[in-house]
Design a protein around this ligand. Sequence first.
Ligand SMILES: *Cc1c(COP(=O)(O)O)cnc(C)c1O
Length: 400
Amino acid sequence: MKNNSIRELNIDSIRADTPGCGSILHFNNAGAGLIARPVLNAVIEHIKLESQIGGYEAADAAEMAFENTYQQLAQFLNCSVKELALMENATVAWQAAFYSLASRFQSGDRIITSEVEYASNYIAYLQKAKCSGIKIDVVPSSETGEVDIVALENMIDKDVKLIAITHIPTNGGLVNPVADIGRVANAASIPFLLDACQSAGQVPLDVEVIGCDMLSAAGRKYLRGPRGTGFLYVRQEILESLEPYMLDLHGASWTEYNKYTLRTDTRRFENWEFNIAGQIGLGVAVDYANTLGQQAIYERISKLANSLREHLKTLPSIIVHDIGREKAGIVSFSTPVIDPVSLKMELRKMGINCSTSGVSSTRLDMVRRGLEVLNRASVHYYNTDEEVRRFSEALTTLVR
Ligand SMILES: *Cc1c(COP(=O)(O)O)cnc(C)c1O
């Protein structure tokens, strides 16, 4: 277990460390979090080094900084360095795990997923259903919106070959009960793939507590890393039986004329070429999160988000759409007064960033709730009560 002792976050110094905080009100952290100065500096320093001494030579010189990213992630997830791969985004990380597993699925095999599954994942299930005749089964949600654990237990049989769940959906603050899902998966010895793209850096993650076998996430969202970074965790026990669905000379070595040998760690899913500056920056971003403490981060985010929800609920023409018993930092809402995209653009003119989330990103969930497009305001720990108030005031003037 990690040490989750709660530290008091020094918001003033965190904001001073975040160049963007001085100029914009950023409530689009579910899109991309604002980069902290140490991350910015690390990325720029490495690019400079590449320009001065050459890209390969700079990589040699920065080997320690690059390896630091694995070490920080291992601490962050409570796993071993050998269980991690650095990828270019969350989708590629997720696909590496999914398609490698799915290459052995046969007609009639079942995948269990949730109603809030992210579109890219669901499209991959559909593709496998089309090509291999697998069955996609969606666990119903409880009244409050989470995966219904009893329903999940009742769906388990020998044909279930994968449980793949989104921790926090892209379109709201719902937090799925992942440790309970992990218990069901482990009891039945079914691989459990967790999409932690929105939860990494927002909700405490510990792969031992969750019991997931594979986990994918992005660097740019709540971890505040550079764009074009992501990572994959694969548990050692499952790794040994998992052949990557695509391989290069980094994931495997060409050891004889007609033979290759796989790497023994999760880096078998990586490619040879890296955005080294970006991945070094990701390591600094994860270090930043480790230093602040995941529990402190989570408490600050959920407090601000709940405060934002309360403010929005007092506005007459705003409807808050979040579901879930426990809610994290993504606040979804709509108004009959302005369409979501125009509202987003009006706010941007006022120096306020937020985004929208449409039916095609989380179709099952949006259709069942009769929703087409939502506005999405996603707060981070560096946001403030004052920004929550300013956001609500800006909305008040726009929906009047
Ligand atoms: C953003 C998101 C993804 C995709 O992440 P990329 O880094 O853009 O590939 C996957 N799942 C969820 C839930 C997301 O919100």
